[in-house]
Design a protein around this ligand. Structure first.
Ligand code: YOG
Length: 135
């Protein structure tokens, strides 16, 4: 059983976020706002269902899933696209494939050095975010 991702986590670094947003087709004005945000992740697990909340002063995004069960995801307030999303463990990494209009889209979460790591990818861009535990 991999180490738990559950908890409240605050962003400490965000590398290549702008290029990732460009790959998603996010407009300039929204990108400028988004780049200044310090995101918070709240990850909860109830039974085999996970809830991942991404929280900011600008917008929030909540995604809920069961591991290894395909879901319809609507990325409301992000790029507003519909995807067929599948989350599964890949060793110690929780990984999501988001099938839809954008090629090679998805993310990976894992714990390393007591930090929560997130790699978001879309087309040829990878954004790397690191979060530290709150409390
Ligand atoms: O997380 O899907 O943890 O769902 C990436 C934003 C900015 C909106 C954050 C508000 C992608 C404008 C969510 C951001 C850029 C920019 C706070 C990543 C799109 C639009 C909500 C994500 C996964 C993994 C869980």
């Amino acid at each position: 059983m991999p180490v738990s991702l559950c908890g409240t986590w605050d962003m400490v670094s965000n590398v290549n976020f702008e290029e990732f947003m460009i790959a998603l087709g996010i407009g300039l004005y929204t990108r400028k706002i988004a780049l200044k945000l310090k995101l918070r992740k709240v990850i909860e697990q109830v039974g085999d269902r996970y809830v991942v909340k991404t929280i900011s002063t600008f917008r929030n995004y909540t995604f809920s899933f069961r591991v290894n069960e395909e879901f319809q995801e609507f990325t409301k307030g992000l790029d507003d696209r519909h995807c067929k999303s599948l989350v599964d463990w890949e060793g110690n990494k929780l990984m999501c494939i988001q099938k839809g209009e954008k090629k090679n889209r998805g993310w990976r979460h894992w714990i390393e050095d007591d930090k929560l790591h997130l790699e978001l990818h879309c087309e040829d861009q990878i954004c790397k975010q690191v979060f530290k535990r709150v409390i």
